[in-house]
Ligand binder design. Structure first.
Ligand code: PHE
Length: 401
């Protein structure tokens, strides 16, 4: 709850809604136990002189688009940097391992990146629970880690080696509450969250706290576990509760199922959620998510040149439009290279100290200043879904305190 205190309720309450994110480089995926490519010499642009950067991600599994999009964003940043001469005259070699979206696998691949591949820095994870599995390994080994997108406050609290380039969930919960209350005029909510994910559990509480402070009522909280795909009992209870919307701080695979099952039950109220919804797989919901909203880190409609340039380059390379994860992966990698340029050496302590000094870095997802808690204080956007496609509706400015 320290993080909430820091954000400052008064500051939050005062905010207004302003209506209106395997290239050339070695990339070895998977190979969890034993086998597989180990960042060695074979078949990549890296050589003995190259600087190794590790990325651990859910390239497969029920959150596969998280890892894939992030890895694409990172690859684009690495490719651009290498084409421009690399860092300190050396090429960057990206080593990506797939954790399949699993906790245990995360521990395995992060240990491998740190101990065998001896990466100078780590990028990852998306999911807060997996950053909390990888973070302590990075911290203990003295290897700086930047999570592009884990928003739970506990992630960077692991220690002075752990950074993030995204906002945190006390703010994101506030954004959902404020949007529901002020923009949609709703006062009666239910929540439906994953009790097994740090992100979902934390954001559920953050939303509830903000919504109640604004005078809203949370009539019922319903929970599920990892891997669940039948939400009918929880949805039936929510239907009984006679609420105006459901706050769903989950990941996209869950959200798609929840939306479809809700409509089947004749529960036709909006769902509102957070960044965990961000995936092109939302289209699997058909029209079940029409008129639903989620908070996120970037909007494709943003006319800033950084954003439009990035979309152009990414689309040309990957033949698909970048989601928020791709943008955050790109920003995390570029911010890391910037710190590497400026650091006196690539030793873990020196590099971490330099990352900590980052101020006003011009990212695709906004200006990034690393604060004393190694977090980034940034604006959020709210997107509305039509036919599985999110469109920009609002910007909520970062807390000013
Ligand atoms: N913020 C989510 C978490 O901490 C991860 C996420 C970020 C998912 C951005 C999608 C987009 O688990």
């Amino acid at each position: 709850m320290m993080a909430l205190g820091r954000i400052g309720r008064a500051a939050l309450a005062g905010l207004l809604l302003a209506i209106g994110a395997a290239g050339l480089i070695g990339c070895e995926k998977g190979a969890p136990s034993g086998g597989g490519g180990s960042g060695g010499a074979g078949g990549s642009a890296g050589n003995d002189e190259s600087i190794k950067v590790g990325h651990y991600a859910s390239i497969t599994g029920s959150e596969a688009t998280f890892g894939q999009s992030t890895d694409n964003g990172i690859k684009l940043a690495v490719e651009e940097r290498n084409a421009a001469g690399g860092v300190k005259g050396r090429q960057i070699k990206l080593i990506t391992y797939d954790n399949q979206g699993k906790q245990q696998e995360t521990t395995t691949v992060v240990t491998r990146l740190v101990q065998q591949d001896k990466v100078v820095a780590l990028l990852g994870e998306v999911a807060s629970s997996r950053s909390m599995a990888g973070g302590p390994i990075a911290q203990k080994a003295g290897v700086p880690m930047i999570t592009p997108s884990s928003t739970n406050p506990d992630v960077t609290a692991i220690g002075d080696m752990i950074f993030r380039v995204c906002f945190i969930d006390p703010f994101q919960g506030y954004v959902g509450a404020k949007f529901a209350k002020d923009n949609l005029g709703k006062t009666r909510a239910a929540t439906l969250y994953n009790r097994a994910q740090a992100y979902s559990d934390g954001l559920n509480n953050n939303f509830i706290e903000s919504f109640q402070e604004m005078g809203g009522t949370v009539v019922t909280q319903q929970a599920y576990g990892d891997g669940d795909n039948d939400f009918s009992a929880q949805l039936a209870a929510i239907k009984e509760a006679n609420v105006e919307f459901i706050y769903v701080p989950g990941y996209y695979t869950e959200v798609v199922n929840i939306a479809k099952q809700a409509r089947k039950l004749g529960l036709n109220i909006p769902l509102i959620g957070g960044d965990g919804w961000d995936s092109e797989e939302l289209k699997n919901a058909g029209d079940a998510l029409d008129g639903c909203y989620f908070s996120n880190h970037y909007a494709k409609e943003d006319t800033r040149p950084e954003v439009q340039e990035f979309i152009k380059k990414y689309t040309a390379k990957f033949d698909s439009e970048p989601d928020g994860l791709a943008a955050l992966g790109y920003d995390a990698a570029r911010l890391l290279f910037d710190a590497m340029d400026k650091a006196p050496s690539l030793d873990g302590q020196a590099l971490a100290a330099q990352i900590a000094k980052t101020k006003g870095f011009a990212g695709v997802t906004g200006r990034i200043t690393i604060d004393a808690d190694r977090n980034a204080n940034k604006d959020a956007v709210v997107l509305e879904i039509t036919n599985g496609v999110p469109k920009y509706v609002a910007t909520v400015p970062a807390p000013t305190e």
